[in-house]
Ligand binder design. Structure first.
Ligand code: F0G
Length: 420
């Protein structure tokens, strides 16, 4: 078959790129096989020109800038636009992590406040081109917020499956506000994903979870944009929080293709960070990936409260090919990392802070050494989960900033100002 096409990672079966199917009948997941392209320097120059001069055809999108290696072919593109997120350096965060050369790429700056928009713009564009009449997803919150926004733009009905009581307020509010039909499922994310896979098949809706290969194509641009921001000089380490393992998988594919195309000469090493209470991938890693685990997940970082990650196999490939590693951090470490990132004026949601907590752990373990360049990915915006912030600061203690209630009188203000 002529590229681009879809190839099942498990059985090797192929489908045309325009197929509406998201996963293979054998139970495996499809990868997009991209067309071989112009050599690295030519591509780099083209991408750099688009970034410098703007790219009016796609409203300057930091995703569609890379369109040749994303979703080839003609047709309308559904963009918000998205991408073009900042790389921050903040002394306070670097000090807490214990590592000088630390940058934070803030994917919370995407239009709906998380990296999901990068995958969603591509997957919804592809779904529209394939003639979808409705879209659906399971979600811990961000995917549903993003899908709801892009479906609204595409004027497609959207159906969302989220675990009842376990979705952060900001995310649920977004899904409702953007007009998605929202189902609060009595079960966890893993149950939601099983249900939406059945429902999308039974009722003819396009499935937009990261089992959909086009989602990962879009999420590759986190890495490409990062490389571009660094003048195509890869960092030594990229640290990413991990739940369903879509991002870890997308990062591996992005790096593999960047190397094949000659965009870069060497690969950074990818680190996936899980929450201790939701760490099936970490357990599998410790076993040398000899077996796959399924666990009952619990963590304050509800975005990554996932016990049976769908993209396990593809993520294993990323860790192996980049000589990366997997680690896990406790909820207490996540909350402290979040407080430090927040107080630096950047802010992120709890799952994102897992990346920063993971970086600190690896510095302490002597894995990240002096001189290594480290980039941690902040995956979601601070306002996604206001309840965690309010709970944290309602108490006294290190990193805490409890609000103070006063009478509307000047001496009361003075009293507060005099307090240490
Ligand atoms: N960070 C945030 C903020 C997320 O929302 C997610 C996943 C992850 C990290 C983990 O990424 O699943 O690719 O390993 N959120 C999904 C959702 C599951 O439904 O919004 P992953």
């Amino acid at each position: 078959m002529k590229a681009p096409y879809l190839r099942c990672a498990a059985c090797g079966g192929t489908l045309p790129a325009t197929s509406p199917r998201a996963d293979c009948r054998c139970g495996g997941l499809f990868d997009v096989v991209q067309r071989p392209l112009a050599a690295g320097p030519t591509l780099r120059a083209r991408f750099d020109r688009r970034r410098r001069d703007g790219d009016p055809a796609v409203q300057g999108s930091g995703v569609w800038r890379f369109r040749e290696i994303l979703l080839p072919g003609r047709g309308p593109v559904l963009t918000h636009p998205e991408g073009n997120t900042s790389l921050y350096r903040r002394d306070a965060v670097a000090r807490w992590v214990g590592h000088e050369d630390l940058a934070l790429k803030h994917e919370g700056e995407n239009p709906t406040g998380s990296f999901k928009d990068r995958g969603m713009t591509v997957a919804v564009t592809q779904a529209v081109r394939a003639g979808a009449t409705a879209v659906a997803c399971a979600s811990t919150g961000n995917t549903s917020a993003s899908m709801a926004a892009y479906a609204a733009q595409a004027r497609l009905p959207a159906l969302v499956f989220v675990p009842a009581g376990k979705v952060a307020a900001g995310k649920l509010a977004q899904a409702l506000a953007y007009g998605a039909r929202t189902l609060l499922v009595k079960g966890d994310f893993d149950a939601c994903l099983r249900l939406v896979r059945e429902a999308s098949e039974a009722f003819g809706m396009a499935l937009l979870n990261s089992v959909n290969p086009w989602r990962l194509e879009g999420q590759k641009t986190i890495v490409w944009e990062l490389l571009q921001q660094r003048g195509w000089e890869p960092p030594d380490w990229i640290v990413v929080p991990a739940g369903n393992l879509g991002n870890t998988s997308a990062f591996g594919k992005a790096l593999r293709e960047a190397l094949e195309l000659g965009l870069v000469r060497r690969l950074p090493r990818v680190v996936s960070v899980q929450a201790t209470g939701a760490s099936p991938f970490f357990r599998s890693y410790r076993d040398g990936f000899r077996r796959r685990y399924r666990v009952r997940a619990e963590t304050v970082a509800t975005a990554i409260r996932i016990g049976d990650p769908a993209s396990h196999d593809r993520a294993v490939r990323t860790i192996r090919e980049t000589r990366g590693l997997v680690t896990a951090v406790t909820d207490a470490e996540i909350l402290e990392a979040k407080a430090v990132v927040d107080a630096a004026g950047i802010g992120c949601e709890p799952a994102s802070a897992a990346a920063v907590a993971g970086a600190r752990r690896l510095v302490r373990e002597g894995v990240f050494r002096r001189g290594h360049s480290v980039v941690a990915i902040l995956t979601g915006h601070v306002l996604k989960d206001p309840d965690v912030v309010m709970d944290f600061h309602a108490r006294k203690g290190r990193h805490r900033n409890p609000p103070v209630t006063i009478e509307a009188r000047l001496p009361e203000v003075e009293k507060v100002l005099k307090r240490p």
